[in-house]
Design a protein around this ligand. Structure first.
Ligand code: B12
Ligand code: SF4
Ligand code: SF4
Length: 224
């Protein structure tokens, strides 16, 4: 019998020193879990991610200049594959095709809701968090019930994110990729969002203490 709390403690003991946190647990009782590496469907997915700039020091210390186009993905795999191997879990990654529904899992595990940017907003961390991977298990590790934490955007009357985007890529109806892309590829875009991070994300007042450093913001924009 696998104990959910001891598995979560083991994961945290290895990954938290690198800034990767257990962000939530999703249970599947209906065969809707992702496929495990040896065939059957997962009954539990443990979501792993960063809170604010938690991963940056460890990643920045690890990286060198010749690690290919996605060094953060490679760093995440090195850390998470090791834990998956030790626990007999299947590691899943947000950039792998076919895309696994990381955001849907996060809404189930943490009760989060999308912001106008398309990314999920957390009541404490704001827009400054993300998912580095997940561990899928054949066993039911027992997800804790999710308490509703409220959705910050509902109470944000002025919605500065919508007014700030210089490309007009954000509307109450959603995020338009093409105007954003074209702007980022212009001189104006290179001098603003590419240099300082997405202006709309920076304008959000929620979780300002968890904002990424200027160096991390530039890294993510270049990767985008
Ligand atoms: C494709 C993709 C994009 C595309 C979106 C194209 C589009 N219009 O759909 C592009 C390249 C534009 C993009 C941009 C960004 N993305 Co993106 N993206 C993804 C990716 C790889 C797949 C999304 C998907 O289709 N999933 C498949 C479906 C089945 O999963 P789902 O959970 O059920 O689907 C949800 C999403 O599709 C979401 N959604 C719908 N429309 C849009 C639009 C945008 C812009 C986003 C981000 C999500 C989104 O709503 C669905 C229901 O929950 C995910 C990783 C993943 N595996 O989910 C990251 C992911 C969603 N992205 C993420 C981030 C952080 C970003 C950026 C901020 C990148 C950056 N600069 O750091 C930007 C945000 C845009 C901005 N204004 O700056 C994070 C979000 C974390 C969070 N807090 O929610 C994710 C989860 C990756 C991660 N490692 O954590 N992204
Ligand atoms: S500025 Fe307001 S509406 Fe926009 S993401 Fe932040 S809380 Fe939500
Ligand atoms: S990166 Fe710049 S152009 Fe793209 S959505 Fe953010 S503010 Fe708008």
């Amino acid at each position: 019998m696998v104990s959910g709390s001891s598995v979560l403690s083991e994961i945290a003991a290895v990954l938290e020193p690198q800034g990767i946190f257990v962000r939530g647990v999703v249970s599947f009782h209906d065969g809707n879990g992702p496929s495990l590496s040896y065939g059957s469907c997962a009954r539990t997915v443990v979501l792993l991610g960063n809170i604010g700039g938690s991963i940056w020091r460890s990643f920045d210390h690890w990286r060198t200049s010749d690690q290919g186009p996605d060094p953060l993905d490679t760093w995440s795999r090195v850390a998470i594959d090791r834990v998956a191997g030790a626990l007999g879990a299947t590691a899943l990654y947000p950039s792998d095709q076919p895309w696994q529904p990381f955001q849907r899992w996060a809404t189930q595990a943490e009760g989060l809701a999308p912001s106008p940017l398309g990314i999920l907003i957390h009541p404490r961390f704001g827009l400054w968090h993300g998912y580095r991977g997940a561990l899928a298990f054949a066993e039911d590790l027992g997800a804790a019930p999710v308490e509703s934490t409220g959705h910050p955007c509902t109470h944000c009357i002025e919605k500065p994110c919508l007014a700030t985007c210089p490309a007009g890529a954000l509307a109450p109806t959603g995020f338009a990729v093409n105007p954003c892309r074209s702007y980022l590829d212009s001189d104006g875009g290179r001098a603003t969002c590419m240099a300082n991070g997405c202006a709309a994300r920076n304008a959000c007042p929620v979780g300002a203490d968890f904002r990424y450093s200027a160096e991390q913001l530039r890294f993510h924009m270049a990767a985008l």
